[in-house]
Design a protein around this ligand. Structure first.
Ligand code: SAM
Length: 364
């Protein structure tokens, strides 16, 4: 993550610029006016990742970040107002702990914080050395002192002290959903805005009598509330860690109309096009679904052309995107059969040019 230029006075103008950019990208498709969902101006980011910068000739290490494109000029970070209050409270306490403790600080090069609106916290410490018993003893003391879970990482090895996930609670249409969000897998960075996105998607999908196909479902962030709107859901995701979290989240929330399969979007497309069978789909009767709706939330690259083509089969395509350029390219591919009937801008990433958006496409 490069350093966002924190400047609350500039927030409104930056959001206006993003709104204009989204409108311009969606103008060729006669999209309606976007609904705008603002972010808190500070303490909105639930995750933060810092490199550590070691003073020359000393073992003192400092939190550091870099501007995009410049890996050599560290910017020392003492506090980080865009990050959650919990991260800001933990940062100096963690730094004091490693400055006074060689076992914890030796070859420590990166620190990652993961927190939740519900107040949970997990810290990942990344090392350029193997982790031994002495490290584990000190790390256990530190985890207890800070009241967090701790993960030590070194060359593909991982030691977990406490849990390897944080617990979150998000409310959608007056129902509270409990989530576990695993370390090392995707989570939405801006909790308040995420909750607004879930509410928007829930409202826009509406109450349906048929089924929903979900691609790129992650830890089940959208799956849980959207499952309450339809008869059945078939949800897919590529990451094993996220799939395991999603399975736990479905069980914890007693959501029982979802079938979850670990498949890439490309593999699912092949399965639905009967290009080849997949063992992971054994026992699932794809033909038994009455899919009227598809929900997608792909990574920045958007949907590949074949997956995008697959979504054309559905009357309703609900699309959340973290990259408006690839969103526009996908809509372009679908525009002869589908039209944009709702759209929204979710300001997940204040003080950066990044934006999250959502569209509902319906068959013409
Ligand atoms: C933007 S995240 C959205 C996750 C989830 N909807 C959420 O709100 O947390 C995109 C997800 O797509 C998954 N992913 C990336 N490439 C994929 C692919 N080719 N097929 C399926 N899932 C993929 C990632 O692991 C990640 O969980």
């Amino acid at each position: 993550m490069s350093r966002p230029q924190f400047d609350p006075a500039a927030y409104a103008a930056q959001l206006q610029e993003k709104t204009q950019r989204l409108k311009a990208l969606l103008a060729p498709f006669n999209a309606p006016e976007p609904e705008i969902f603002e972010s808190p101006r500070e303490h909105y980011r639930l995750r933060a990742e810092f490199r550590l910068w070691r003073e020359t000739g000393s073992e003192n290490r400092h939190y550091a970040m870099f501007e995009a494109g410049d890996k050599f000029t560290p910017i020392m970070i003492e506090d980080f107002p865009i990050a959650s209050r919990r991260i800001n409270e933990l940062m100096p306490r963690l730094k004091a702990a490693w400055q006074g403790n060689k076992v914890l600080s030796f070859k420590l090069f990166q620190v990652e914080f993961l927190t939740t609106l519900a107040g949970d916290a997990l810290i990942t410490l990344c090392y350029h050395r193997p982790l031994d018993e002495a490290w584990q003893v000190e790390a256990e003391k530190l985890a207890a002192e800070l009241g967090v879970s701790l993960v030590g990482r070194s060359k593909g090895k991982r030691i977990v002290i406490g849990r390897d996930y944080v617990e979150e609670e998000l409310t959608v249409a007056d129902r509270a959903f409990r989530y576990r969000q695993p370390e090392g897998a995707f989570t939405q960075p801006n909790g308040e805005v995420n909750q607004k996105m879930l509410g928007w998607a829930y409202e826009v999908l509406g109450e349906r009598q048929d089924d929903l196909l979900e691609l790129y479902c992650g830890n089940g962030n959208f799956t849980l509330p959207l499952a309450t709107r339809v008869r059945r859901v078939l949800a897919t995701e590529i990451s094993k860690t996220s799939v395991n979290a999603a399975l736990a989240n479905l069980a914890d929330n007693a959501v029982d109309n979802v079938t979850l399969v670990r498949l890439s979007a490309e593999e699912l497309t092949e399965a639905l096009n009967e290009v080849r069978p997949f063992r992971r789909l054994a026992g699932i009767d794809l033909k038994s679904y009455q899919f009227g709706n598809v929900f997608v939330d792909p990574p920045r690259a958007g949907m590949d052309p074949d997956t995008c083509e697959l979504t054309r089969r559905f009357d309703r395509i609900l699309y959340i995107s973290c990259n408006p350029e690839t969103l526009a390219a996908n809509i372009q591919q679908l525009s002869d059969t589908h039209q944009v009937v709702r759209c929204a801008l979710f300001d997940q990433f204040p003080y950066t040019h990044h934006m999250e958006s959502g569209v509902l496409l319906e068959r013409r």
